[in-house]
Write a protein that binds this ligand. Sequence first.
Ligand code: PFF
Length: 453
Amino acid sequence: MATSPSSDRGAWSGKLGFVLAAAGSAIGLGNIWRFPYMAAEGGGGIFVLVYLGCVLAIGIPVLFAELSIGRATERNPVGAFKKLVPGTWWSAVGGMGVLAGFAILAFYSVIAGWTVGYLWMAITGTFGPDVDAAASAEIFSGLIGSAGPAITLTVLFLGVTAVVVRGGVAGGIEKASKILMPVLLSVLVLLLIRAVTLPGAGAGLEYLLRPDMSELTPKVFITALGQALFSMSLGMGAMITYGSYFPKDASLPFAGTAVALADMGIALLAGLVIFPALFSAGMDPQGGPGLVFVVLPTVFANMPMGHLFGVLFFACLSIAALTSTISLLEVVVAYFVDEKGWSRPKAALIISLACFVLAVPSALSQGANAWLTDFGWLDVQNIIWGNYGLSIGALLICIFVGWKWGTDKMLQYVEMGGNPVPGRAMFAFVVRYVCPVAIGAVLAFLIITREYF
Ligand code: PFF
């Protein structure tokens, strides 16, 4: 039996607080670090096209499915399923989500640590005018391949995340997002103007915006689906948790759509900054996880006010990462606060310490430890949890809402507080049929073709 929500739960101060915090969760390294690197692996324009399809046809319906579960139950993902269908195995879906949140946080905080390292290097003027592609790649591997800095930066990032989550929903998470999100958008727009006016930028725009149908493979579908879900923080109950703090009298349809569009917009914006810069510098788009980190310093090195742009960019990337690590930790903390009766401070401390232990192999897998590096530990975590874990989670959430709980219930909670959903029947159809069939087909296809990674 689920315990009742403790007084330690909290709530957003209002709709704007929710939009900023949920957009803060959605917008993160997924948009700025992962999207360009997945787009490069998926062949550029074709990936972007499939990704946009996934956001609209799957991401948005799953987002509302999760938010409505949270709103109906005011619980963490496990408690939510326990409340809606007591005594069934459905709470295991929530449990998988909590586990995925923990596992994603363990590798995400390592990359978030790199952004802080880069911020420091930008401030101290490491990216001087002599930084070319080779020098930039060396700076990158130097940072991520040294155990000391990689681990220290991860600890730092997890520590700051824990302090914010300890502060609670309105006090910590919302306050941070309210300031940090608008700053991020402004800097990206400035960088966009710089990137598209670089010589040779047009080739980058073309690469990103013109789909090459011959590049369409099953792997593009799982990568794009995983990316859409990862970027929107879906498939693991983060939006169940954030929806659980949504005020009952505020209107959800607009707020949810705003979050989805903001997330998609920032990913595209990041792509429009990175690829023109990359092509302008004559670099290879197959840059892997180091793409953003290797490409951009060469741009900053050779542009007017590059020092300032560098500092601003990596400050933003750190900020975006923080509002996402907050939500990842929050899912796990909410579970222990709601279900186990822990206090927020205790949950934030213990979970972030445990997460650090799991983060160590990821931090050491970029050159510091030969075995972990050969194994590609961090990449494997990213694919397993980011692509497969979230896709399976989203599939089960759609099956739950579409076939067990009911789309009428979902719509009732989406519409609570005003604003009817346009095309209700269509929306229900998408959740019941389109999403499960599409996600199921992608997973089945991968099993058949064995093109997993
Ligand atoms: N959406 C975040 C990003 O794009 O960086 C990552 C993330 C946060 C994924 C929270 C999943 C999640 F539950």
